[in-house]
Design a binder for this molecule. Structure first.
Ligand SMILES: NC(=O)c1ccc[n+]([C@@H]2O[C@H](COP(=O)([O-])OP(=O)(O)OC[C@H]3O[C@@H](n4cnc5c(N)ncnc54)[C@H](OP(=O)(O)O)[C@@H]3O)[C@@H](O)[C@H]2O)c1
Length: 221
């Protein structure tokens, strides 16, 4: 059965997963790139950007695994881009250029309707305006038995956590303090939601932590 998974999602020591004031120059918010420094040197990241070489240690293994057996994605609108409010036109096509790294249907949660957007390499952005359950249902159908990856950002993840809909999370815990931005944990009672830590692996630039929802709460769908 398909799972809803969060993979390679970076979190600072004080619980932030994005910096404040996201804009075109700061896709991860101001200072947010410190969260992703564990991935920039990996072979996976370099390959994704058409470069050779790169490190092949634990961080790389975890990053590579996060793209395995994923049949569809769910994103929040701010992860898709910095445009807010009604779409002024159709010119914004994501941060990733003509061929985004998804290669699958990507369901983008937004309050502002927009026609689907087909990109090179099999990615199709489909804009969902009727909420998280609808996006999940559509993504599960589109995934054809493979898993659905919830890519972020923070507000979107928090909604799915609160609803008890995420089966497991792989968090890349970064040894940095952010002090501001989008906090992943604020006001969430993860134990009451049924999550527990089942694995922790030290990587080169991040500690990889796996949280899983216990069977007791696995029928939240
Ligand atoms: N740490 C990591 O590994 C990681 C991974 C991915 C992303 N990020 C970062 O996270 C940040 C984005 O996170 P975020 O919390 O600002 O925003 P987000 O979760 O990406 O998107 C939030 C927006 O999505 C739309 N949305 C969300 N839920 C909805 C619902 N139920 N119904 C309709 N629309 C809904 C709303 O947009 P509208 O109302 O405007 O339509 C909402 O303002 C970015 O800086 C990104 O780079 C970090």
């Amino acid at each position: 059965m398909s799972r809803l998974r969060v993979l390679s999602f970076a979190v600072s020591l004080d619980g932030y997963s994005a910096g404040p004031r996201q804009d075109l120059q700061h896709p991860l918010g101001v200072g947010g790139e410190a969260l992703m420094e564990w991935v920039f040197n990996t072979r996976m990241w370099r390959r994704m950007h058409g470069e050779d070489g790169g490190e092949t240690g634990v961080d790389n293994r975890m990053a590579e695994q996060s793209f395995t057996d994923i049949g569809a994605w769910i994103l929040g609108r701010n992860m898709f881009g910095p445009v807010r409010g009604p779409w002024p036109d159709e010119s914004w096509k994501g941060w990733w250029g003509d061929e985004p790294p998804y290669h699958a249907p990507v369901f983008v949660l937004t309050h502002h309707p927009r026609p689907p957007l087909r990109m090179a390499g099999g990615t199709e952005f489909r804009f969902v305006t009727d909420g998280i359950h609808s996006a999940l249902k559509q993504a599960m159908e589109a995934a054809g038995g493979r898993d659905v990856r919830l890519g972020g950002g923070v507000a979107t993840l928090r909604q799915y956590l609160q609803a008890g809909l995420i089966d497991d999370l792989h968090l890349a815990l970064r040894p940095v303090l952010m002090s501001s931005g989008e906090n992943l944990w604020h006001g969430l009672d993860m134990r009451a939601l049924g999550y527990e830590c089942v694995e922790s692996v030290a990587g080169e630039r991040a500690t990889h932590v796996i949280l899983r929802r216990s069977a007791r709460n696995s029928n939240a769908l």
